[in-house]
Design a protein around this ligand. Structure first.
Ligand code: PAF
Length: 289
C-alpha cells in the first residue's frame, strides 16, 4: 500500500499506473478517518469492483461550523493505516490541510436548495464544505467509481446531484448502512457516547423500523409515519429530536403520501452527540417498476 500525502505525488503515481495499465479502474472511498466497519464495507465493495482502491483520510475543516467538533473529531491515523493495509487498499491519500486548502483558497462548490433543508437547515454551510472537498478529491483522485454510505442519506443525494451537474464521469455507489448489533448506525461520532448512551441510541433505528413496519402494513401517510418515529424516540429519556422528515429520495421534495421511494430521516442529540439515521420506504409498485 502506498501512503501519499501530496497531490503532486498522487498525480505522478496514478499517471504512471495509467500509462502502464491502460483502462485500469479506480474505486475511491473518501473518509474523514477513524475507520469503522461501515467504512470497511465501502472499501471491501470498492475492492471487489475495481482494479485499484484509493482511500482518502482528511478531516475537512470546511464542513464543520465554528461551534462544531472539528478539534475533538476522533482521529487515529496509525490504526486507519493498519486497517487499510489489512483490507488491501492500494493507495491511502492523506493530505494535510495546507495541501488541500491554500491560504488563498476562494472557491466553494454549492449545490442549491437540497442543501438548505434537513441537516443543512441546522448546519448552514456544512454541505458546501462537503461538496467543495469531494469535488476537489474527485479531480485529484480521478476515480471511476466513488463509494458512500446510506447513513448519510442527504449527503449522498447532494453528491449525486453535484456529480451530474458538474459532469464528473464518476459512478456514485451508495452502500447499505452498517449497524452495531443493537441497530445503532456505525459512525465515528459514536465514540463520544457512553456505554449507556450507545444502548439508548438503539432507539433511533428501532423508531425507524417501527415506522417501516407500519408502512409495510399499508400506512403511507407521512404525518402518521413521522408521529410513530416521534413517539418511539420520545420514550427514551435524554434523546432530543432535531428533526424527523420524510422526503422523496432523489429530489428531497416534501411529500404527504408515499407513492415513490421516500427517505425517512432523523437527527437527534444524545449526550450532546448529534446522531443521524434513515430508512428508505419503497412502495411495492415502485419496487417492481
Ligand atoms: O462522509 C464523510 O465522511 C465526509 O463528509 C466526506 C464525504 C469524507 C467528505 O469530507
Amino acid at each position: 500500500m502506498e501512503i501519499i500525502r501530496s497531490i503532486r505525488e498522487y498525480r505522478g503515481h496514478i499517471g504512471s499506473i495509467r500509462s502502464n495499465r491502460p483502462g485500469v479502474s479506480i474505486g475511491f472511498v473518501p473518509t474523514m478517518g477513524y475507520l469503522h466497519e461501515g467504512h470497511l464495507s465501502l472499501i471491501d465493495r470498492a475492492r471487489r469492483e475495481n482494479d485499484l482502491v484509493v482511500v482518502s483520510l482528511f478531516v475537512n475543516p470546511k464542513q464543520f461550523a465554528q461551534n462544531e467538533d472539528f478539534d475533538s473529531y476522533p482521529r487515529d491515523e496509525n490504526k486507519d493505516i493498519e486497517l487499510c493495509r489489512m483490507r488491501q487498499v492500494d493507495i491511502l491519500f492523506i493530505p494535510g490541510e495546507p495541501e488541500m486548502y491554500e491560504p488563498s483558497h476562494l472557491t466553494v462548490v454549492h449545490v442549491k436548495s437540497i442543501t438548505e433543508i434537513m441537516c443543512g437547515g441546522f448546519r448552514p454551510g456544512h454541505f458546501d464544505g462537503v461538496t467543495t472537498v469531494v469535488g476537489k478529491l474527485f479531480h485529484i483522485v480521478q476515480p471511476n467509481r466513488a463509494y458512500f454510505g446510506q447513513k448519510d442519506g442527504q449527503q449522498t443525494c447532494v453528491i449525486q446531484r453535484m456529480t451530474r451537474d458538474l459532469n464528473f464521469d464518476i459512478e456514485i455507489i451508495v452502500c447499505p448502512t452498517v449497524r452495531e448489533p443493537n441497530g445503532l448506525a456505525m459512525s465515528s461520532r459514536n465514540a463520544y457516547l457512553s456505554p449507556e448512551g450507545r444502548e439508548k441510541a438503539a432507539a433511533i433505528y428501532r423508531s425507524l423500523q417501527e415506522a417501516d413496519r407500519s408502512f409495510r402494513k399499508g400506512e403511507s401517510n407521512v404525518d402518521r409515519l413521522i408521529r410513530i418515529v416521534h413517539r418511539e424516540l420520545s420514550r427514551v429519556p435524554g434523546i432530543k429530536i432535531q428533526y424527523i422528515e420524510c422526503r422523496n429520495t432523489i429530489s428531497l421534495k416534501e411529500i404527504s403520501v408515499i407513492r415513490h421511494p421516500a427517505l425517512l430521516a432523523v437527527a437527534v442529540f444524545l449526550e450532546s452527540v448529534r446522531l443521524i439515521d434513515n430508512v428508505i420506504l419503497t412502495p411495492k409498485e415502485s419496487e417492481s417498476s
